[in-house]
Design a protein around this ligand. Structure first.
Ligand SMILES: [Zn+2]
Length: 368
């Protein structure tokens, strides 16, 4: 029997054997049979395939997301709407359940759901969040909080204090210190052994976090500025975060969620240039994550989105470097979004799946 036939009979047998059996095939540097120890989950808020394409065709050199090995597609609808919002979309990744739009870290009945972060913390690993919005915004809140509505920012800040998160970078300082209940949650974080720095203390650097067991850097009072106006710390926060969490976890594993939060805002504004600048910023973070993962060898990198925003297209007479701005809505859309994977277990993320399935496959790969 030829090698080719033998190999394909093996795969056929696996497929007939039944569901729940990992269908694995060799991918260079991304062997599905290997289990990752660490996960870097990169979410481009509102990042559809067109947003990625627009960034790529706005410039003449390859982008880091093109280094990813495995490609899948994700269905994003929520429990109550074909068109999800970021809250339900991120809760699907964090908890593995479909919930209603506006829900963060709760199921469709409003009950708190157990997140990947809580599970990693319970198993002795470490967790981190880096976002270019306030840390109380919908996507990070789905991982760090349990609230019936995404706009309960002051409650979400209190939930974050109790989340056990080990590395926190983003805006939203005001929700921690300018509170009706008079509490200074920045101090509460410090009492828990977290070293807290803000944009007033200077840029994010390794020397700030070197001797800390947990670390937070508040990048802005509310939302950080746009990449277009000079915000440039996302890649650095990714590199430093992966390094910090691998030390923190001491081999127990970590989950680091990175969000390019403002890609969505470019879509809502129907602003091609804004969108492309935010994708380029996130792409630098993707490069930083891949560089870490290549050196580390135990880290799975996933790049995906909660939904597409703007119904963006690239119509004629677009040409390389000169795209025509075209959007069909200033809201989110129901189109499937890309899922790119690199590293041990990456092959498990090929194919078409629900957003909740991304969570389920991650848990299986981690052996949970
Ligand atoms: Zn949005």
């Amino acid at each position: 029997m030829s090698d080719f036939l033998q190999r394909n009979l093996y795969f056929l047998a696996l497929a007939i054997w039944g569901c729940g059996v990992a269908f694995v095939w060799p991918v260079p540097g991304g062997r599905a049979a290997e289990r990752p120890r660490n996960v870097i989950l990169i979410i481009g808020d509102g990042m559809g395939l067109t947003q990625l394409t627009a960034a790529r065709f706005s410039r003449r050199k390859p982008m880091h997301f093109e280094r990813m090995q495995v490609v899948g597609l994700v269905k994003t609808h929520s429990a109550d709407n074909l068109i999800t919002d970021s809250a339900a979309g991120a809760t699907a990744f964090a908890c593995g359940c479909k919930t209603y739009n506006h829900a963060v870290g709760v199921d469709s009945l409003g009950r708190p759901c157990r997140s990947l972060f809580e599970e990693m913390e319970a198993r002795g690993g470490c967790t981190g969040v880096v976002v270019t919005s306030a840390v109380t915004h919908a996507t990070p809140a789905a991982f760090l909080a349990h609230e019936a509505h995404r706009t309960r920012y002051f409650h979400i800040a209190a939930d974050i204090v109790h989340s056990g998160v080990d590395y926190l970078v983003g805006g939203g300082l005001k929700y921690f210190v300018e509170r009706e209940d008079g509490a200074d949650l920045k101090d509460s974080l410090r009492w828990q052994g977290m070293k807290v720095r803000t944009f007033k203390d200077g840029p994010l650097s390794w020397s700030q976090m070197r001797r800390a067991s947990r670390f937070a850097w508040f990048a802005a009072w509310n939302h950080p500025s746009a990449a277009e106006t000079g915000r440039n710390w996302l890649a650095r926060a990714t590199t430093l975060g992966a390094r910090f969490l691998s030390t923190c976890a001491g081999g127990q594993g970590f989950v680091l969620m990175i969000e390019g939060s403002q890609i969505d805002w470019g879509g809502h504004a129907n602003d091609l240039h804004f969108t492309v600048r935010e994708i380029e910023d996130l792409d630098q973070a993707i490069g930083a994550a891949l560089d870490f993962a290549e050196a580390d060898g135990h880290t799975l990198v996933l790049v995906t989105a909660d939904h597409e925003t703007g119904g963006m297209s690239i119509p004629p007479p677009s040409r390389m470097g000169h795209l025509v701005e075209a959007f069909s809505t200033n809201s989110h859309t129901a189109t499937m979004v890309p899922l790119l994977a690199w590293g041990p277990g990456a092959a498990a993320f090929g194919g078409i799946m629900d957003n909740t399935e991304v969570h389920a496959r991650l848990r299986r790969l981690l052996g949970w």
